[in-house]
Ligand binder design. Sequence first.
Ligand code: BG6
Length: 313
Amino acid sequence: MVERRNKPSALATTPGLPPQATVTISHDNSRVTAELPTGETVVVLLHGATVLSWKDAAGDEKLWLSEGAKLDGTKAVRGGIPLVFPVFGAGSNGEATKSLPQHGFARNSRWEFLGKSTSEGDSSNVKLDFGLSSESLSDEYKKAWPYSFGLLYSVTLDRDSLKTNIVITNDGDEPFEFQTLLHTYFRVKDITKVSLDGFDSSPYVDQLEANATKKQSGSITFSSEYDSVYTPPGGPKQPIILKEDGNQRLRIVRDNLDDVVVWNPHIAKAAGLGDFEPKDGWKNMVCIEAGSVSGWQKLDKGDAFEGAQTIHL
Ligand code: BG6
């Protein structure tokens, strides 16, 4: 055997080059996992491009995922970050939305993994890109929403934050209207000790009281079912602070997403959701959903909309 004296060494161990994030695709091609050299991880299911898990370097999970969530593509995922598009809820835009499923089809379609990128020489983050377009929709969804569109969804894992960014383009000749939402399920220790800041004086629509319009006073706290759509007057840059026992746990900053839905199903609603497990899991989650849902965004031919949230530890 010929002895190779100057064997090339692996790139990651080249002196001067810091170790890079690793990105792996599961054997069954159903999910993408990224891990930073410092140990932070994110897992994205191609069904819905749903972020299933986000852990810090200590392995502490930030998102809630139902133990009964269907991860085989037969249903939208109950937990993580499902992506709502092109309609929020049951839809109220007449003909354009009447055939769409609740919260639209994006969370219930298979997305394509487009690849990863890192800011050059920066080992402290990794961006995963996912795409969905009208061509790759099921026939049923194409029929229900016959517009030509493109969605580019980017998930950026940083040492102390997770950013989810959506770009929506109108690739056809017809204008269309849409709503979108990052339906984030946060894991908490005890919902009765959670408070949310950043909503004081905000108008909101209470979906549990026939869409009555109200005004928030002080922090949001939870003692029963909660389902409201807020439009904080400070705009997207006004951070939302999630506190547990009075201590700041997370800070959410939005970009171009004016509305925030706050949802906790409590006992009765959780009992009625077949994929919600364990049944008392409502104690350990709260949905804080950044989006554009109180009106309709209109995109003319060739136009694009971009919105994002960054969740800081
Ligand atoms: C929230 C809505 O965004 O999603 C709630 O405001 C709804 O009304 C909840 O119950 C869950 O919806 P789904 O379709 O995932 O059961």
